[in-house]
Design a binder for this molecule. Structure first.
Ligand code: PMP
Length: 387
């Protein structure tokens, strides 16, 4: 039985991307790499909504480029507001603390989203001059919540603060328009909606943010955006690039553009809608309300008195469906199913059929087919309405 991988990264890697990563090495200081560099940049810009700027690409996981954002924007003693909707918001805060910044946290309970009004209200209560910047998570993968980034960006920029965005699990699956929204730095990674193996960290730096990068006094070397920018002028990276992953990313980007970005984003919304309807039809509760639900990952509550680990294990061992557990205090209380990257609506139906059988065997569902059926209905209605 083929394993169906539905964790929120690494996600499934399509065959042509896997094949592309197996190519022979090339001289990373020669014309062939520069050609690869330019193709990748051209295809990346629309995914970030870059106004024409190149994206900095480091061999790194997502956490590394989150760290790079902190190191490049701030100076010792700066105070930042970390908005925390879950584990990854907390991670951004912890990185800033590790660099010696003063960090205030603005939190919401798991499954809720912070609103632009709440963030603006907090900033205004604290008054001008307290903060140098704001750290946000676009798609909080630990709870399955999407931030209203355009509204939040507006609130932060109206107050003259720097905005750093963890978009590790959103770029490629949901619209991102850095230049229009006024984001200063936005980071992502290769292994999620970009359906490439783990190992590339990608960074958008706004033209207006370079002044802050020049002024910043935190220590940095490998992560120094100025060195990366100098190399970019030659179509290169400052240090040896992960060439194989660049080949893979080029193939993945080609696939995304072949499908069309509007269609890719629609597919993600449909997968989320179908999965959420199916899970509810099986009698399960979702952690996030529909208004704030992520199109990329859904967190499902374990039935009362049960450990989510039981369901996760049965899905893997009996059904070959691999989903993720909760992190931190949500461990055992939720399981998370990604509908991200190369995942398909049909896979959501398959996962829900498997989930129905697992719940029945655990004595937790009367009608094991109800989930897959509900999902199929939602997908049929979407096909008719075009939404
Ligand atoms: N931020 C978010 C929103 C994420 O989903 C993840 C990965 N799950 C990370 C940061 C960390 O990325 P990595 O594991 O690649 O360091």
């Amino acid at each position: 039985m083929d394993e169906l991988l539905l964790i929120p990264g690494p996600t499934q890697v399509p065959p042509q991307v896997r094949e592309a990563t197996a190519r022979q090495m090339i001289n990373h200081r020669g014309p062939r790499f520069t050609a690869l560099y330019q193709e990748v940049q051209q295809d990346l810009r629309p995914l970030f909504g870059s106004g024409g700027e190149d994206i900095l690409i480091f061999p790194s996981s997502g956490t590394g480029v989150m760290e790079s954002a902190v190191a490049n924007l701030f100076s010792p003693g700066d105070r930042v507001l970390a908005t925390v909707m879950g584990e990854f918001g907390e991670r951004f805060a912890a990185i800033a603390e590790a660099y010696g910044l003063q960090v205030d946290r603005l939190r919401v309970p798991a499954g809720a989203a912070l609103t632009a009004e709440e963030i603006a209200g907090h900033l205004d209560r604290e008054g001008p001059g307290r903060y140098r910047g704001v750290l946000v998570t676009h798609n909080e993968t630990s709870t399955g919540v999407l931030l209203d980034l355009p509204a939040v960006a507006r609130a932060v920029k109206e107050r003259g603060l720097l905005l750093a965005v963890d978009a590790v699990s959103s770029v490629g699956g949901v619209e991102v328009r850095c230049a229009d929204w006024g984001v200063d730095v936005l980071v992502t990674a290769s292994q999620k909606a970009l359906m490439t193996p783990p190992g590339l960290g990608l960074v958008y730096v706004a033209p207006a943010a370079w002044e802050a990068v020049e002024r910043a006094r935190l220590p940095r070397y490998y992560w120094d955006y100025r060195r990366a920018r100098q190399a970019q002028a030659k179509g290169q990276t400052p240090y040896t690039p992960a060439v194989s992953l660049w080949y893979g990313l080029r193939a993945a980007l080609a696939a995304l553009h072949r499908e069309g970005l509007a269609q890719v984003f629609l597919r993600h919304r449909r997968m989320a809608g179908a999965f959420r309807a199916g899970a509810r039809a099986l009698g399960l509760e979702l952690l996030a309300d529909d208004e704030v639900a992520s199109p990329l990952v859904t967190a499902v509550r374990a039935p009362a008195g049960r450990d989510a680990g039981e369901i996760i294990r049965a899905l893997r061992e009996d059904e070959g469906v691999v989903v993720a557990g909760g992190q931190g205090e949500l461990k055992g209380r939720i399981f998370r199913v990604a509908h991200m990257g190369a995942a398909t609506p049909e896979q959501m139906v398959r996962a829900l059929a498997a989930l129905g059988r697992v719940l029945r065997r655990l004595g937790l569902a009367d009608d094991p087919e109800a989930g897959a059926e509900a999902a199929r209905r939602v997908l049929e209605e979407a096909a008719v309405s075009g939404r």
